[in-house]
Design a protein around this ligand. Structure first.
Ligand code: ACO
Length: 273
């Protein structure tokens, strides 16, 4: 699947999707946002795909929103143009937040402003040590919108979030990992290997349980304990509806067959009826 502004290769059940405007540092234009939604649509229920990785071609992951095509040109069309382009970008980020498949952001280079939307939307995030992150909005005279302020407040300490948003200073991948903006950072030449390793681990798990788990982590964040407890009971019962046999097989292989230990790895789901 090769579109102009977004590329995708499927290999070993992993969809490697990449922003593909390297000459514009993968800045998100309305056209790119529309293509990304199409790619996500095509992959979401594709049985050849178990995990989606979002990377960037060239030196950037994404330089954020395209200041010319996303802001200046849509503003010329008035409120209608502005709202349309917001719907398109927020739309695919939201789609990704609740995506059917597990998702991993693979931040190879620059990640600015609006890029924090898809960064947060991915379930996991791995960065190159060399990657550079900033909420640069303040440098050109706006607040970090499009959810970016919410992303840093949710993920960072209040002091780090405030400093990051008010100064617009760059941090590298190592600092981003220290601040927990990403899970981990590794040298750029090891990034793809590390992400492939994590994707392979996810591919071993029961996919219905994975979707229920990733949704649960996001949903319970703003619930009381009692509401979360109730939600989690219902979420597991709903998962049982889609996959009634998975957990029974997981118990059988451990208790009866003694072929694996759940504390040390996943059951063999290829033998699930
Ligand atoms: N919007 C529009 N065009 C962009 C953007 C952007 N966000 N980022 C890069 N480009 C364009 C440049 O204008 C340039 O175009 P040109 O070749 O037609 O002149 C091309 O991409 C290459 O950019 P350079 O600046 O020459 O690349 P360099 O590698 O030297 O610098 C860097 C990379 C640091 C990412 C720089 O391009 C930059 O600061 N970009 C803007 C980052 C930013 O602040 N984004 C907005 C965040 S706020 C938000 O998203 C809401």
């Amino acid at each position: 699947m090769q579109n102009e502004l977004v590329t995708c290769d499927i290999k070993d059940r992993v969809a490697w999707v990449r922003f593909n405007r390297p000459e514009k540092r993968n800045a998100m234009s309305p056209a790119l946002n529309r293509e990304m939604m199409e790619v996500l649509d095509e992959l979401e229920f594709n049985d050849d795909v178990g995990v989606l990785v979002l990377g960037g071609e060239g030196s950037a992951w994404t330089a954020g929103m395209d200041l010319k095509e996303y802001f200046r040109e849509t503003e010329r069309e008035g409120l209608k143009g502005v709202r349309r382009s917001q719907r398109e970008s927020y739309g695919w980020w939201r789609r990704l937040r609740w995506y059917q498949k597990p998702t991993i952001a693979m931040v190879n280079g620059w990640c600015f402003g609006g890029g924090y939307g898809p960064l947060f939307s991915c379930d996991l995030a791995f960065a190159a040590d060399e990657a550079q992150f900033a909420l640069s909005e303040i440098n050109w005279g706006i607040l970090p919108g499009g959810g970016a302020t919410k992303v840093v407040v949710d993920l960072l300490s209040m002091r780090d979030a405030m400093y990051h948003a008010m100064t617009g200073e760059l941090i590298d991948g190592k600092k981003a990992a220290e601040w927990k903006l990403v899970n981990e950072s590794v040298p750029l030449d090891q990034l793809e290997t590390r992400v492939a390793e994590v994707a392979a681990t996810l591919l071993e798990k029961n996919p219905v349980a994975l979707k229920a788990t990733k949704d649960a982590v996001r949903r319970v964040a703003d619930m009381t304990y009692d509401n979360a407890e109730d939600y989690l009971v219902r979420a597991q019962e709903a998962a049982n509806f889609f996959d009634g046999e998975g957990r029974k097989e997981g118990i059988r292989q451990f208790i009866d067959e003694k072929s694996y230990k759940p504390g040390l790895g996943a059951y063999d789901k290829s033998r699930q009826k």
